[in-house]
Design a protein around this ligand. Structure first.
Ligand SMILES: *[C@@H]1O[C@H](CO)[C@@H](O)[C@H](O)[C@H]1NC(C)=O
Ligand SMILES: *[C@@H]1O[C@H](CO)[C@@H](O)[C@H](O)[C@H]1NC(C)=O
Ligand SMILES: *[C@@H]1O[C@H](CO)[C@@H](O)[C@H](O)[C@H]1NC(C)=O
Ligand SMILES: *[C@@H]1O[C@H](CO)[C@@H](O)[C@H](O)[C@H]1NC(C)=O
Ligand SMILES: *[C@@H]1O[C@H](CO)[C@@H](O)[C@H](O)[C@H]1NC(C)=O
Length: 368
């Protein structure tokens, strides 16, 4: 904020009853956005951790459409939270990843993004390679502590209770359970495993609630077996990969049930839940209905459906194909939507009707 803005804001204090602390002024209705989750929400946190190349998207052609350089987002451009930021903050600069060295206290007032590509709700999911949900919660608690030191207890509580908390988590827990090395849970039934994932997510929601969080937005798990990656694993026959198909569905109905329960249990708890599974399936099956040309094959990658994630060529496989125009595609790489598809998903979270986003959309959560 420029000095002029600060002075102006201070002088307007009584007129518009903005809330000012030190040199920072917040409009009374200021709503911060805190983001937790996986690659669908990560804006570059994984650039700052020691991990493997497949957990990072800091190489072209990632980012080519919007940013013209690779930011760490798993897309050709913006990801879903970027569009929510822009809707709400009226085109102010996009939020930096929490781990970005230039990300400072002053920006916490607008919120923070803790999401990490590859992360799950369980510590064991890609342990040591990602920022798991519990560590993301620890980061949030650090932010809470700093805010409290600067703003005091009451105003911090105020800020955090007006804030919106976006969460997209679970898909990686299921991918790892089926294709990975998660021996810790190999003897668990699918129902038992889903219960553990949802149990950990529920704990995190309750911890955020304890710090003052009241308004939550959830993206459910997508049709993992039908993404280009899943179709490739099904040997390119065109059908979805059945081994993983049941898990996201179990997750989504368990999550939806838990949220209804929390709404009764926790005073003031409100949420917005978007039927991402059905939306993404519809985009894949009827791309032209939404202005896309290709719903099944990824824009960037190799193999059947370009379902092998060699996009950028940073891993063992250097070769990859790249489409001419990502805007024609639903998927940019084997598992991640293009910027254009992300914009559609963000719109549906923001202002989707009640057959898509229930029981209320993000716009109404932000506004009241
Ligand atoms: C990452 O790895 C490098 C080299 O092994 C090491 O020097 C550095 O301290 C590590 N950074 C973190 C954050 O662990
Ligand atoms: C599973 O673990 C083995 C040995 O630790 C390793 O060589 C292999 O790459 C791992 N597979 C996956 C999919 O992580
Ligand atoms: C959370 O996950 C751990 C494994 O990381 C598991 O042992 C624990 O039971 C889970 N907690 C809940 C409440 O489900
Ligand atoms: C794909 O083909 C391999 C080799 O023939 C086979 O082992 C595997 O079970 C097949 N996978 C699916 C999902 O059909
Ligand atoms: C709700 O939104 C979806 C997705 O945009 C659309 O397909 C559907 O027709 C809408 N339903 C109603 C009742 O407006």
């Amino acid at each position: 904020m420029s000095n002029y803005r600060i002075q102006f804001c201070l002088s307007m204090f009584f007129l518009f009853s903005n809330i000012c602390f030190a040199k920072i002024c917040l409009p009374r209705k200021h709503v911060a956005l805190f983001v937790f989750g996986d690659s669908l929400f990560d804006v570059g946190n994984n650039n700052y951790i020691n991990t493997t190349t497949d957990m990072q998207a800091n190489i072209p052609p990632y980012g080519e459409t919007f940013f013209k350089y690779s930011t760490g987002r798993f897309s050709d451009g913006r990801v879903i939270p970027d569009f929510i930021d822009m809707h709400f903050y009226a085109k102010l600069p996009l939020i930096l990843p929490y781990l970005h060295p230039a990300y400072t206290y002053q920006q916490y007032i607008n919120g923070a993004n803790f999401a990490s590509a590859g992360a799950g709700a369980l510590v064991e999911t890609r342990e040591g390679l990602v920022i798991d949900l519990n560590t993301q919660l620890t980061y949030f608690k650090n932010v809470h502590k700093l805010l409290r030191e600067r703003l005091g207890e009451a105003e911090t509580k105020n800020l955090l209770s007006r804030a919106v908390y976006l969460i997209s988590i679970g898909s990686n827990d299921y991918i790892v359970q089926v294709v990975g090395n998660s021996s810790a849970f190999s003897s668990y039934s699918q129902d038992q495993y889903v219960d553990i994932v949802i149990g950990n997510l529920t704990n995190v929601i309750k911890e955020i609630y304890k710090k003052g969080g009241r308004k939550f937005g959830f993206l459910e798990s997508g049709p993992l077996g039908c993404l280009p990656l899943g179709k490739m694993l099904a040997n390119g026959t065109g059908s979805c990969w059945e081994d993983i198909s049941a898990l996201p569905k179990l997750h989504n109905s368990a999550l939806s049930a838990v949220l209804q329960k929390l709404k009764k249990q926790l005073r003031g708890f409100r949420y917005s839940y978007t039927n991402f599974y059905d939306l993404e399936t519809d985009l894949m099956n009827y791309p032209s209905k939404y202005g896309f040309k290709e719903g099944n094959v990824a824009c960037c990658g190799t193999g059947p459906y370009r379902g092998f994630s060699s996009c950028g060529g940073k891993g063992a496989v250097k070769e990859y194909e790249l489409c001419d125009n990502p805007n024609n595609y639903v998927f940019f790489d084997s598992a991640h939507p293009t910027e254009r598809a992300n914009q559609f998903f963000a719109q549906q979270m923001w202002s989707g009707n009640d057959s898509v986003t229930v029981p209320q959309n993000l716009k109404t959560l932000f506004e009241d």
